[in-house]
Design a protein around this ligand. Structure first.
Ligand SMILES: NC(=O)c1ccc[n+]([C@@H]2O[C@H](COP(=O)([O-])OP(=O)(O)OC[C@H]3O[C@@H](n4cnc5c(N)ncnc54)[C@H](OP(=O)(O)O)[C@@H]3O)[C@@H](O)[C@H]2O)c1
Length: 320
């Protein structure tokens, strides 16, 4: 699944970027630094194309796809997922040398099928998704650090795989080959690792709000323990080994107290607490810190609590 880098030369590419957003800007800066010659930058908002072109020293920038340089042999499409197919379609109608063009997109969820219009013209397609999060406007140093991640690579042709490996390697990362049919599962793993970490922090902050902490203060309290837990995950032999806390110790009495307190004070958090606690019990069993028998008392309590809560719940949309 994990593939080593390859031996193509960055200087043989003539790169154009469409989409100077958060990821597109980070990619262009990092690849330009790594010696990839950029020949044009196109973005729907002209000022962002100009800003990025200035930063990496490219003279051709535009808000119009027809200004893409005909010299381009590597086209990076870093537009929003919802725009990918239509932008690929629009590029396929231009007069470009498609038979010597490689086109890359960076979506976690979409496959090279989104680039079908360009493949039908003879281009090689690849999907290279950094398993990482890039907020807008991060510094050069943060960009460099952020790209030290895995890249989920999917391509239909060997040449696409080789170019994808080269790009990931020169960006500072490693490649994980993702079969086309597994792309949705791959994306779910990413959502769980990144988005739900934010959701967990937000849940913890909501509990802190019940004892009077502002979201800002709660974030200050939560951050060190989350950071240390991540560090424990990184250094432990397995993810399960990083687990601590009442479920890991098989402390049913404490869990019972949590459930009672939640049902009295913040009942809408009971289902998510119970669902996560059930999964945590599975992790503890896997770690070997509690036996299946120890776990059954806790699991029974959790399942009863979550059933009781869902029976008493009125169907409604979440409030924001
Ligand atoms: N940011 C991340 O953490 C991250 C991580 C991994 C993968 N990705 C992938 O990277 C790609 C870009 O995401 P992003 O986070 O960089 O998004 P972003 O910062 O919101 O930028 C989106 C880019 O797409 C352009 N765009 C949006 N709709 C368009 C349309 N209809 N026609 C033409 N251009 C359009 C935007 O142009 P305007 O600025 O003019 O609106 C902007 O350049 C996506 O495939 C995403 O899944 C992002």
């Amino acid at each position: 699944m994990f593939a080593p880098p390859t031996a193509l030369d960055a200087r043989d590419f003539r790169v154009s970027l469409v989409g100077a957003g958060a990821l597109g800007s980070a990619l262009a800066k990092r690849l330009a630094n790594a010696g990839y010659p950029f020949v044009s930058i196109v973005n729907r908002t002209l000022s962002d194309a100009r800003r990025l072109a200035d930063e990496i020293g490219v003279s051709t920038y535009s808000d119009n796809l027809s200004d893409l340089s005909p010299q381009t042999n590597l086209l990076l499409l870093a537009v929003s997922d919802h725009a990918l197919e239509s932008v690929a379609e629009a590029v396929s109608k231009l007069h470009l040398p498609f038979h010597r063009l490689t086109v890359a997109q960076f979506s976690g969820a979409l496959t090279t099928d989104a680039l079908g219009a360009l493949v039908r013209k003879g281009a090689i397609a690849l999907s290279l998704h950094p398993f990482q999060t890039f907020p807008k406007g991060i510094s050069e140093k943060e960009v460099e650090q952020s790209f030290k991640c895995y890249f989920g690579l999917q391509a239909d042709e060997l040449e696409g795989v080789e170019i994808g490996k080269k790009l990931a390697h020169d960006l500072g990362g490693k490649v994980m080959l993702v079969p086309k049919e597994a792309k949705t599962l791959y994306h779910i793993a990413g959502v769980m690792a990144s988005n739900y970490l934010v959701t967990l922090a937000s849940l913890s902050s909501e509990v802190f709000a019940a004892l009077g902490l502002s979201p800002k203060d709660a974030a200050k309290v939560i951050e060190p323990i989350m950071r240390q837990t991540l560090s424990n995950i990184a250094s432990a032999p397995t993810i399960a080994d990083a687990l601590t806390g009442p479920i890991e110790r098989g402390d049913a009495k404490i869990i019972e107290r949590h459930l009672r307190e939640l049902s009295e004070q913040i009942p809408h958090l009971l289902p998510v607490y119970a669902a996560l606690a059930i999964e945590t019990a599975r992790v503890a069993i896997h770690k070997g810190s509690i036996s299946q028998n120890d776990a059954s008392e806790i699991l029974e309590m959790l399942e009863t609590a979550s059933r009781r809560e869902s029976e008493s719940e009125q169907p409604s949309s979440p409030s924001v």
